[in-house]
Write a protein that binds this ligand. Structure first.
Ligand code: G6P
Length: 467
């Protein structure tokens, strides 16, 4: 079987097999595929160096080789904090108001993609297949092709693809999209993001798509939706660990007569945290009987702190949580426990299991795995209720959750009341349906379906790029 080369901005550093706390399901599934083919995972080391050298830091553990490269501080500013997280991230999450269009960012993005290509190309052999991940590295495939590489190359976008009209607000959008078309397989999380991409190709570029195959400059490109999932068996193991059990007890003991509503999100404006807190406040205003009987546990570890929009949202949330607590708290009850700390993954599963309701209400999200982990961590005899944003990719297959418009405080409030009073039989019914989806559309299915299509590109579909 041909060797797999993975490329992503962040790599998961090798851990002893079975170290489930520090490696997420995604990293474990990808590492397993690498191990099977003796492959390499390449990305940024997370470190900076004064002058870029292209020197590779190599680590091998448990049959997986990790190769990383250091970037210059200017690279990190312009490529990671700049084009990736101040231009593409907000725009692709429908936040054109937060997107910054700066030529320097674009130049840095292209420079780093060139640097990645120059560094990884010598590691690639003619029979390898290459799988590139996420918005940081869209043009990487094109840069590798320019170096003469003819290998099958796939790209998977973990975040939404924006609607056509939003995409055209990006200066030089066409240049970015044309670079994507150098891959042989292009994958999205959901059919909604895939449709937006197809719409762009048809409307902006006048291309014709036959089923899921786009013929472009004599090459056949497969377009697909590959919903990412969790590793159910890993989650089942984590929820039984000591850490998970302690976390479970901590929540239950801390408020024995209260229901727990949980939210777990990176502190990001796309996650709808302000709107969630406002929805919860509206609930407290309209259902005063619930005072002292429920609390919201919001875990939100800070993220991308060098980007000012992230500093802004953090300040707003500090203020809003303080205001809500100030307005409603009693001596023996605090309505929101707002925690900026990160927890080990197994501990989180204990929090999920101890909770009666999860509020997963992003304004936009490529998929959202918290929704899936919450479901998988429940006690089948007495499962909690998932309140899920219609605008999370996860909603496409999780219609038995209580779906809400995350912008509507009324809908969040009503859904909370409904979830907290839902009879056990309905809870079980909904949970079983959701759990079936979560277990079926798991991370292994995601990986294997994508790789099968990529290998097909190798066998049947792929025609070398004309010179
Ligand atoms: C999202 C992106 C990932 C990214 C992660 C954490 O899930 O799709 O590519 O790694 O957020 O963000 P960070 O900027 O810390 O890598």
């Amino acid at each position: 079987m041909s060797r797999l080369i993975l490329v992503s901005n962040r790599v998961s550093t090798p851990k002893a097999r079975g170290d489930e706390v520090s490696q997420g399901g995604l990293a474990v599934a990808l590492s397993a595929a690498l191990r099977e083919t003796g492959g390499i995972w390449f990305g940024w080391s997370g470190e900076t160096i004064e002058t870029f050298s292209g020197e590779i830091n190599r680590q091998s553990a448990d049959g997986v080789t990790i190769a990383t490269v250091d970037l210059e501080p200017q690279d990190v500013d312009e490529y990671y904090n700049g084009y990736a997280n101040r231009t593409l991230w907000p725009l692709f999450h429908y936040r054109i108001d937060l997107a910054e269009f700066d030529l320097q960012f674009g130049a840095g993005y292209e420079r780093v993609n060139d640097r990645f290509a120059a560094t990884v190309a010598p590691l690639i052999e003619p029979d390898d297949i290459i799988w590139v991940h996420d918005y940081h590295l869209i043009p990487l495939g094109q840069r590798l092709r320019r170096k003469g590489l003819r290998n099958p190359m796939g790209f998977f976008l973990h975040i939404p693809w924006p609607p056509y009209r939003l995409m055209t607000a990006l200066p030089f959008h066409r240049r970015l999209v044309e670079s994507i078309l150098e891959y042989d397989v292009i994958g999205f999380q959901t059919s909604e993001w895939l449709d937006s991409f197809r719409h762009y190709l048809v409307t902006e570029m006048g291309l014709k798509i036959d089923g899921d195959i786009l013929v472009y400059r004599g090459r056949r490109i497969k377009l697909g939706a590959y919903p990412i999932g969790i590793d159910g068996a890993q989650l089942d193991r984590m929820v039984t660990t000591h850490n998970a059990q302690e976390a479970f007890k901590t929540v239950r003991r801390s408020a024995p007569n209260q229901k727990t509503v949980i939210g777990v999100d990176r502190l990001d404006y796309s996650k709808g945290l302000i709107e969630r807190f406002q929805g919860y406040r509206y609930f407290l205003e309209h259902y005063p009987d619930w005072h002292s009987k429920v609390f919201l546990l919001q875990i939100a570890p800070p993220s991308r702190g060098e980007v000012h929009t992230y500093e802004d949202i953090r300040k707003q949330l500090d203020e809003l949580s303080g205001r809500i607590n100030g307005a409603f708290a009693h001596v023996d009850w605090v309505p929101i426990r707002y925690v900026n700390q990160a927890y080990p993954r197994d501990g989180l599963t204990g929090f999920y299991r101890a909770s009666d309701v999860a509020l997963v209400t992003p304004l936009r999200d490529g998929m959202n795995l918290v929704a899936k982990e919450f479901v998988a961590a429940q006690d089948p005899e007495d499962p909690g209720v998932l309140i899920l944003s219609k605008f999370a990719g996860a909603a496409e297959a999780m219609g038995r959750a209580l779906l809400v418009n995350p912008h509507s405080k009324e809908q969040i409030s009503k859904a909370l009341e409904r979830a907290l009073t839902m009879p056990l039989s309905e809870r079980r019914d909904r949970w079983e349906a959701l759990n079936d989806v979560v277990r079926k559309e798991d991370v292994t299915a995601w990986r294997d379906t994508f790789l099968a299509d990529l290998r097909q590109a190798e066998d049947k579909l792929f025609f070398a790029t004309p010179p």
